[in-house]
Write a protein that binds this ligand. Structure first.
Ligand code: FEO
Length: 409
């Protein structure tokens, strides 16, 4: 059962996190395998005569959200609802909150958010809506709330809120991650270390298609000087960052830019009957011989790793090797899907080597080469041959691995 956590984060202004740990979800966005689960974080602030709700929970947890919220405040007393992003994992419970509120609260968001909310939940929900302009400041309960648009983090509707006097950034998807951390904040280094790979996987699978906007938006926030001075980053998923608020945006920046970890080579392959596997053993041994660290994901008749996990390995890899079987005059289905998602979600300027095996005609390698040369990836070489690798095939594969290594910065 999902656990609910409510904690007071600050005394002045009085600020609470309302977090539900969704351990029931299997496939985020009905696609991405997340056995690690996810949290939905909403926040409630009481300041002066204002009671402000920042986002909510997923629709499935509407009842639990209202119950939890009602323990801190009577929903009728909420004066403002700030909607950073309308994806229903954050906005799903809002129609019932507004109903309980009697539609008295001023709903604040971007004009995109207004349009999306109306589309999702009907006209009534946006009757009392204030559409902000980028950088606009509103005085609420004696504090200054600055709203900054961060388009494509994760949708065009997305904005963050900066509470000027307290240097708080409410960032919704930006700064979030998959996983259900044991703590609510970054105070425990062990928890942070375990959590960050889930953040990378989240960034690539959820925001990866727009990853250049991660870098652009962080540059924008840095330009405004608010990242450096922030005392706390409060995302819509995962940990709150208050021990080291800079760390999460630095991590986002690195993933957005595809910053590589020295020596890491991602090796992905299918092997139906062992022919590709034999080739990949040659690849892996040659990589290790030159001091590289191959991180291997294989599709066989006994294992099928989650594509979401593979995608999460791409940003910090120095290079990639794809091993593939020709299957019905095309790419093996598992590799085809993995590659399709890689090109869409994790399209970085990294070198790729393709190694293939076939029965009667080599097609898969050439097809992959065709796709890669039209992406940002840097195609190094394609080595394809029939059946069991012979001595000359082995030499050719080793040479191709050395060419890949020569291409690494
Ligand atoms: Fe967490 Fe894009 O929603």
């Amino acid at each position: 059962m999902p656990m609910i956590r409510v904690e007071k984060i600050l005394e002045e202004p009085e600020l609470y996190i309302l977090r539900i740990d969704d351990d029931q979800i299997k496939y985020f966005e009905a696609t991405w395998d997340i056995p690690e689960g996810i949290t939905y974080n909403a926040y409630l602030m009481k300041t002066g005569d204002a009671v402000i709700l920042f986002d909510a929970w997923k629709t499935d947890y509407t009842e639990q959200f209202l119950e939890t919220l009602s323990k801190i405040v009577d929903p009728k007393d909420i004066t403002h609802i700030i909607v950073h992003h309308t994806e229903p994992d954050h906005s799903g419970a809002l129609p019932k909150v507004l109903e309980a509120n009697g539609y008295k609260a001023l709903v604040i968001g971007t004009s995109f958010a207004k349009r999306f909310m109306e589309g999702f939940y009907g006209e009534k929900i946006v009757e009392n809506f204030h559409a902000i302009t980028d950088g606009e400041e509103l005085q609420i309960g004696g504090r200054t709330f600055r709203f900054i648009t961060v388009p494509w983090l994760h949708w065009p509707d997305t904005m963050i809120t900066y509470v000027v006097e307290d240097k708080l950034i409410f960032s919704c998807d930006a700064g979030g991650g998959y996983g259900i951390p044991e703590t609510i904040d970054d105070s425990d280094e062990k928890v942070v270390e375990e959590y960050l790979p889930h953040v990378t996987k989240y960034i690539v699978t959820v925001i990866g298609h727009y990853h250049k906007y991660i870098v652009e938006n962080i540059k924008k926030l840095k330009g405004l000087g608010i990242i450096e001075e922030a005392k706390m980053i409060l995302p819509g998923h995962g940990l709150i960052w208050r021990k080291d608020p800079l760390r999460i945006f630095k991590h986002y920046e690195d993933v957005g830019a595809g910053k590589a970890k020295k020596g890491k080579i991602l090796v992905i392959y299918d092997s139906m009957y062992g022919f590709v596997e034999r080739r990949m053993k040659i690849v892996i041994d040659e990589l290790k011989k030159h001091g590289y660290n191959p991180v291997v994901y294989r599709f066989t008749d006994k294992e099928a790793p989650a594509v979401s996990d593979i995608l999460g390995e791409v940003p910090d890899s120095e290079g990639i090797v794809i091993g593939v079987s020709t299957y019905e005059a095309g790419i093996h289905p598992r590799i085809r899907y993995t590659l399709y998602e890689m090109l869409d979600k994790a399209n970085y300027e990294k070198p790729i080597l393709v190694v293939g095996a076939f029965g009667w005609a080599g097609v898969a390698g050439k097809e992959i080469e065709h796709l890669i040369t039209r992406s940002k990836f840097d195609h190094v070489d394609t080595v394809e041959s029939r059946g069991m690798p012979r001595t000359e095939d082995e030499e050719r594969i080793k040479e191709a691995v050395r060419n890949l290594i020569a291409r690494l910065s």
